[in-house]
Design a protein around this ligand. Structure first.
Ligand code: C5P
Length: 219
């Protein structure tokens, strides 16, 4: 099969993880969730008692992190120093802390370099995150910004968390994380040459179809 790198960016709740994973399956490609890498190093820093406001300590923790992430779209597995953190990194305490790591430029540089190495090691891969189309893989065969209205994104995040949080608490959390994240990466406006797919009024299958169409139009 032909070599293929697909880069997909978008805000939380745009559906990018599940849609990217399904697109990878249908393309016979590997799948890289870069957000899971930021989450895993954040979990580890918290577990080690690192002060997240200490930039040098965060940088050191990320550089030393022994991180493994599965790139099989049918095997969700993230380990750090041998500990399986696949579920733990989805906990709200990690979501609340992750921007402190993601806004540390040295930590980002370290993770970007690891992400490029993973992408280069695969013949075919779909990588998703916030800066894949612009920083990690600007030369990808296909680049997509997956967006959705604020209302649609909050509705989806509510479903993902199982409806345990009040709408107001959820809204405050998601919007605060997006606002912090957007101080270092612009994932709301498509860069030159990046196709936008708006999933606000699309269901899952329609979104996957639209993403696959955008990939073949560029590849
Ligand atoms: O995609 P997900 O919501 O799991 O990402 C978690 C966090 O990781 C984001 O809120 C952001 O702070 C960070 N991130 C990033 N760059 C990426 C992917 C994720 O800064 N490429």
């Amino acid at each position: 099969m032909q070599k293929l790198t697909v880069a997909i960016d978008g805000p939380s709740g745009s559906g990018k993880s599940s849609v990217s994973k399904e697109a990878a399956r249908r393309l016979g490609a590997a799948y890289l969730d870069t957000g899971a890498m930021y989450r895993a190093v954040t979990w580890h820093a918290l577990d080690a008692g690192t002060d997240l406001s200490d930039a040098a300590a965060v940088e050191a923790a990320v550089k030393a992190a022994d991180l493994f992430i599965s790139t099989d779209p049918d095997l969700e597995l993230v380990t750090i120093h041998g500990t399986d953190v696949t579920q733990a990194i989805r906990e709200p305490f990690v979501s609340e802390a992750v921007s402190a790591v993601a806004t540390n430029l040295a930590a980002r540089a370290e993770l970007v370099s690891r992400q490029r190495a993973i992408i280069n090691a695969h013949e075919r891969i779909v990588a998703e995150g916030r800066d894949i189309t612009t920083v990690v893989a600007p030369d990808a065969n296909a680049r997509i910004l997956l967006t959705a209205s604020e209302e649609a994104r909050l509705r989806r995040r509510g479903l993902q968390l199982g409806g345990t949080q009040s709408a107001e608490a959820l809204e405050a959390q998601v919007l605060a994380r997006d606002a912090k994240d957007s101080t270092v990466v612009n994932f709301t406006v498509a860069a030159d040459g990046v196709a936008t797919v708006d999933s606000s009024d699309l269901d899952f299958e329609q979104t996957v179809t639209a993403v696959l169409a955008a990939i073949s139009a560029q590849d």
